[in-house]
Ligand binder design. Structure first.
Ligand SMILES: Nc1ncnc2c1ncn2[C@@H]1O[C@H](COP(=O)(O)OP(=O)(O)O)[C@@H](O)[C@H]1O
Ligand SMILES: [Mg+2]
Length: 317
């Protein structure tokens, strides 16, 4: 697991997003002049860094939301900063998208050397939420209350918030499940509302790891990446899952290791009647990329025949 003190290169955006609209609040949100509130804050938050009157850290940024968020699988990785006194600082935008934006965040304990970098994926609650994933992917998933189902279907503001939150939950759950299985995915640090914090996959120079699509690997390297892809797919398929939006854009190459990202629409191969069709499409897209890059047909076939041993893949004859 790599984490670097070095800051990333995209500094043009630094400060753009700071401070965030949401700031840390205790559940009872009491006035700071209240003695009880001060006592409570001191107990919850260690004395460093001192809080400003409106309870934002003097160093800027926002308090770490680790204590109020749903956390990723234990044991927590050693690089992860879990101190309550930690402050999250926005360092810039990694990528904006229609459905979500990914930001770079540093979580650090002021006055110490403890810090880590995180990718913050924030699902949008906008008109764009009606995206291609909504319909077929949701088959086989249940939403309990019909008021919520109707709100989502009509895309009311409430419904759009629910959808954003629902995709964040779905991705967090899928990542946690795959992480526990040892699949190559970023460690899912926490879920808080429609925001996911993930292990930041970086290059040695601090830049975000490249997407597979950006690379032109040499033959030996191409073959290694293909083998890694088949290994990863075996884990997913054995677990009864398809990625659902697999492409060279949703595969990062993190210091030589292929990592699957962008998993909110993960498809259940058993519950979803279109599961096999999603899996076939996933496989076809990535196979096409490797073939176009010159991976010999017999190596492609050897990989695909490794997939055939899984009982959950039923390729068309
Ligand atoms: N954990 C991560 N570490 C580094 N970069 C990431 C990470 N997660 C996402 N990214 C970057 O953000 C981009 C968008 O993330 P993704 O999850 O694919 O969201 P989208 O739904 O917008 O496609 C990725 O292509 C990748 O460049
Ligand atoms: Mg993506």
């Amino acid at each position: 697991m790599s984490q670097h003190d070095r800051l990333p290169v995209r500094r043009g955006h630094i400060g753009d997003a700071r401070p965030q609209g949401r700031r840390f609040r205790f559940s009872d949100d009491i006035d700071d002049t209240d003695d009880r509130a001060v006592t409570r804050r001191r107990r919850t938050r260690p004395a460093t860094p001192p809080a400003t009157p409106d309870d934002t850290p003097v160093t800027g940024g926002r308090w770490s939301t680790w204590d109020v968020a749903q956390r990723g699988p234990a044991p927590y990785p050693t690089w992860l900063v879990t101190d309550l006194a930690a402050v999250d600082t926005e360092l810039g935008i990694i990528k904006t998208g229609k459905e979500a934006d990914v930001h770079l965040v540093q979580r650090a304990v002021p006055g110490t050397s403890r810090s880590c970098l995180l990718a913050a994926k924030r699902y949008r609650s906008t008109e764009h939420r009606l995206f291609h994933r909504d319909a077929a992917y949701l088959e086989g998933r249940r939403v309990r209350r019909s008021r919520e189902t109707r709100a989502m279907a009509r895309r009311t503001a409430f419904g759009r918030d629910l959808l954003a939150g629902q995709w964040a939950v779905a991705e967090f759950t899928a990542l946690g499940r795959l992480w526990r299985l040892g699949a190559p995915v970023p460690y899912p640090v926490q879920l808080h509302g429609a925001e996911l914090l993930l292990e930041y996959l970086d290059e040695a120079d601090g830049q975000a790891a490249p997407r597979l699509a950006q690379l032109r690997p040499r033959p030996a390297r191409l073959r290694e990446l293909w083998d890694q892809l088949i290994d990863a797919l075996l884990i997913l398929i054995d677990e009864g899952l398809a990625h659902g939006d697999l492409s060279p854009f949703n595969l990062l190459v993190h210091r030589g290791r292929l990592v699957l990202i962008d998993l909110p629409q993960v498809v259940d191969l058993v519950a979803n009647p279109q599961g096999q069709a999603f899996l076939a499409r996933d496989i076809q897209i990535v196979t096409g990329w490797f073939a176009d890059r010159g991976l010999p047909a017999q190596i492609v076939d050897a990989g695909l025949s490794r997939l055939r041993i899984t009982r959950n893949w039923r390729p068309a004859p």
